[in-house]
Write a protein that binds this ligand. Structure first.
Ligand code: ADP
Ligand code: ZN
Ligand code: ZN
Length: 709
């Protein structure tokens, strides 16, 4: 039997063969076991049968025994563990840790919390009271039954032992109804998804619906169908912050049947929710990225809401993308994967337009509500007119009017802006790499512009190469500065800041978002976090402080991210009865991502962007492998990458760019350097990744990277 140990170490990075004594012959893959390891004991997960033809160097040692009464993981999740290891090039231990949360591995299986009574009445007043209560309320939670009757835990145990009570799963509750009558576009989308669900073979469908088109309502209807088939659903949201809102909508529709998974939950609760899904008690699991590993025994549907979000990419090992893991899960179970977005990723949009996955659209907002009006303000003209403030006259007036009506305002700043670029304030030009077409990053120390993909460098020009102006500026403001400027400009307004730094404490976003929803605040200033999926009906104005911050990131997805940010921001405005308005400030009003977002039309953006991707071989026309190195000097960090680049020089399947210093080229005392490897065929690139991992254990590898900083 092949066992992966619960340890993450290079020397233990393989399945170990053990013998299973005949008394344990019912165990197999997916069981957790205790095994001997050297002179000590260890725990692990059985991932497969031993290869009978493999030579065994020494007689195999027997396992000590199984942990638990049944397999922890069913075969489809064991397959996913292997998939993580193979396709994302991580260690076995990392694959297991990711697939089964630590508290679930460490704590025993909790008993069912719900009680049912048998016919045999117990004796004694307290016992009878408890028994009668449970008879009257079949499926009552143990805690509720005890507090209603004053029975102790001992009384419960006694009745369980005598057979007067038994434990069981939560009772089924009829849904209260109250769903919207679907509009024709929604009904058509649900019908298409229903046909895929009938087919019982793995499939993927893009649900491309403008913001506010009622995608969530379509997910709810699809979940209803899959539950009617006796199967389960997993719903993924891009941020923990979105789980309460989405969770509330699903709980209301499917009372008692929803489990929520996320890493910020207390251990006990996590373990309980995990086993509710594993036992099939909860048949809808909802949560951020890691909920894709929900151990549902009859998985029939996975939904990725806002599938384009880069938060679906895990930054630590295994560096998987939840979209790909979801596709693997439905491949294992024959289910349906629904990818929902107003601004699909280029990868997904391309697959849909090529006919490789299904494609359904919701082209309009529900109830005939108009899309928000998007107005682009040219910051170059603003400077011409002598306004050097953070807020253009258009935006400032719009805020005045909105606050005057008693409506709410969001001010957004895209701030992954460690990497500064140089923008011409006269014409909006930014300098790009001639080969890679990503923005060049400004380095203060040597006053040069660098390409962080291929290491091209040049001096910062004195004059704008496009228009000759000498107003070239580096760019960088933070949410703190925007908050200060807004507080000074609108002293009467109640304003708060929301970004990852200010929201890192547990529960703080819930409190802040609730007080905004309750209109205790007039304005929120924050990062793109605020543009994601929230439903705030009284927000009628969204201001984007500088679209250029997103555009000038040294990342081939910069245009895609800009389009997403602007469109999602527009999606936050005017979700209630009153129409919404968006003001986008930029030095690049002509850029195709800004222009298409102003029209809120994905297709023209897609067509331009896909051409650019194809020309340079970026995804979806190829795959990337990012190799990172860090060391105490720049030379040391670079040396292994130089060797690797040379070694891959003649390789048929891949091409190499770099090495180059990383945009964030120093973290504390460590210097960072990276190398990009591109391959048209993912399997070939994965093979290269495994070879590199074996030959250069000190380098860090990311397949399909999303973060190039
Ligand atoms: P999306 O996920 O596409 O942004 P939602 O599903 O959140 O859109 O729907 C937007 C709003 O419209 C929600 O408040 C929702 O309750 C409402 N809604 C959805 N479908 C309908 C419908 N068929 N009729 C009326 N209101 C609807
Ligand atoms: Zn210029
Ligand atoms: Zn370059």
């Amino acid at each position: 039997m092949q066992v992966v140990l619960d340890r993450v170490a290079a020397s233990l990075d393989r399945p170990f063969d053990y013998l299973v004594p005949p008394e344990f012959d019912r165990i197999g893959p997916g069981w957790r076991v205790a095994v001997p390891l050297g002179r000590t004991a260890a725990t692990g997960l059985i991932v497969g049968w031993a290869d009978p033809d493999a030579p065994t160097p020494a007689p195999l040692r027997p396992i000590v025994g199984p942990l638990g009464d049944e397999p922890l993981l069913l075969p489809d999740l064991v397959a996913v563990v292997r998939y993580l290891r193979e396709e994302w090039c991580c260690w076995w231990g990392q694959a297991v840790r990711t697939s089964v949360p630590a508290p679930v591995r460490q704590q025993p299986v909790p008993p069912f919390e719900h009680l049912y009574a048998s016919e045999s009445a117990p004796r004694g007043p307290v016992r009878q009271r408890l028994w009668a209560f449970v008879r009257e309320h079949p499926g009552a939670r143990e805690a509720d039954a005890r507090s209603a009757t004053g029975a102790s835990a001992g009384v419960v145990s006694a009745l369980l032992a005598s057979g007067s009570l038994r434990r069981g799963p939560a009772p089924r509750v009829a849904p209260p109804g109250g769903s919207h009558v679907l509009n024709p576009a929604q009904a058509a989308a649900v019908a298409v998804l229903g046909r895929y669900l009938e087919e019982d073979r793995p499939s993927t469908v893009l649900l491309e619906g403008v913001t506010g088109s009622g995608k969530t309502e379509v997910y709810l209807a699809a979940v209803e169908r899959v539950l009617a088939q006796g199967r389960q659903a997993v719903i993924l949201v891009p941020e923990i912050a979105l789980t309460p809102q989405m969770g509330a909508r699903f709980r209301q529709r499917f009372p008692g049947r929803v489990a929520v998974f996320h890493s910020a939950m207390a251990d006990g609760e996590r373990v309980r929710e995990w086993h509710r899904a594993r036992r099939g008690e909860a048949d809808v699991v909802l949560g951020p990225r890691s909920a894709i590993f929900a151990p549902c025994p009859r998985l029939g549907l996975v939904v990725l809401d806002e599938e384009h979000e880069s938060t679906y990419k895990q930054e630590e090992h295994p560096r998987y993308h939840a979209r790909d893991v979801a596709a693997e899960r439905v491949r294992q179970t024959g289910g349906l994967l629904v990818l929902g977005s107003a601004t699909p990723s280029l990868e997904t949009a391309h697959a849909a337009r090529q006919g490789r996955i299904g494609w359904v659209r919701l082209p309009e907002r529900v109830a005939g509500r108009p899309l928000a009006a998007v107005q682009v303000v040219d910051l170059r003209a603003e400077l011409e007119a002598g306004n050097y403030e953070m807020f253009s006259r258009t935006l400032a007036t719009a805020v005045d009017e909105t606050l005057g009506r008693g409506d709410q305002v969001l001010l957004l700043l895209n701030r992954r802006g460690f990497a500064k670029s140089v923008v011409c304030r006269t014409c909006g030009h930014t300098e790009r790499c001639p080969d890679c077409s990503v923005s060049l990053t400004w380095h203060r120390e040597d006053q040069r512009l660098w390409c962080h993909y291929c290491d091209y460098r040049r001096a910062v020009p004195r004059q704008c190469p496009a228009c000759g102006s000498n107003r070239l500026r580096s760019f960088g403001v933070g949410t703190e500065q925007v908050l200060e400027a807004a507080a000074a400009r609108w002293p009467g307004a109640r304003i708060a800041r929301a970004d990852r730094d200010s929201l890192s404490r547990r529960g703080s976003h819930e409190r802040l978002f609730r007080s905004f929803a309750d209109r205790e605040l007039d304005m929120l200033v924050g990062t793109q976090l605020l543009a994601k999926g929230m439903d705030w009906p009284h927000v009628t104005l969204v201001g984007i402080i500088a679209a250029d911050l997103a555009l000038s990131l040294p990342d081939f997805r910069a245009a895609e991210r800009t389009y997403d940010l602007l469109t999602q921001a527009a999606g936050r405005a005017g979700r209630g009865e009153s129409p919404g308005r968006v003001v986008v400030q930029t030095y690049n009003p002509e850029h195709y991502s800004v222009a298409a977002a102003a029209l809120q039309d994905f297709q023209p953006f897609y067509e331009q962007e896909v051409g650019f991707r194809e020309e340079l071989g970026y995804p979806p026309f190829g795959h990337l492998l990012l190799v990172e190195s860090s060391a105490s000097s720049p030379e040391e960090a670079r040396a292994p990458l130089d060797r690797l680049a040379a070694a891959l020089g003649g390789h048929e399947d891949v091409t190499v760019r770099g090495p180059s210093a990383a945009p964030v080229d120093r973290v504390r005392t460590q210097h960072r350097c990276h190398l990009l490897i591109r391959g048209s065929d993912r399997a070939a690139l994965v093979a290269v990744a495994h070879d590199v991992a074996a030959a250069y254990p000190g380098l860090s590898l990311t397949l399909d990277p999303y973060n190039f900083l």
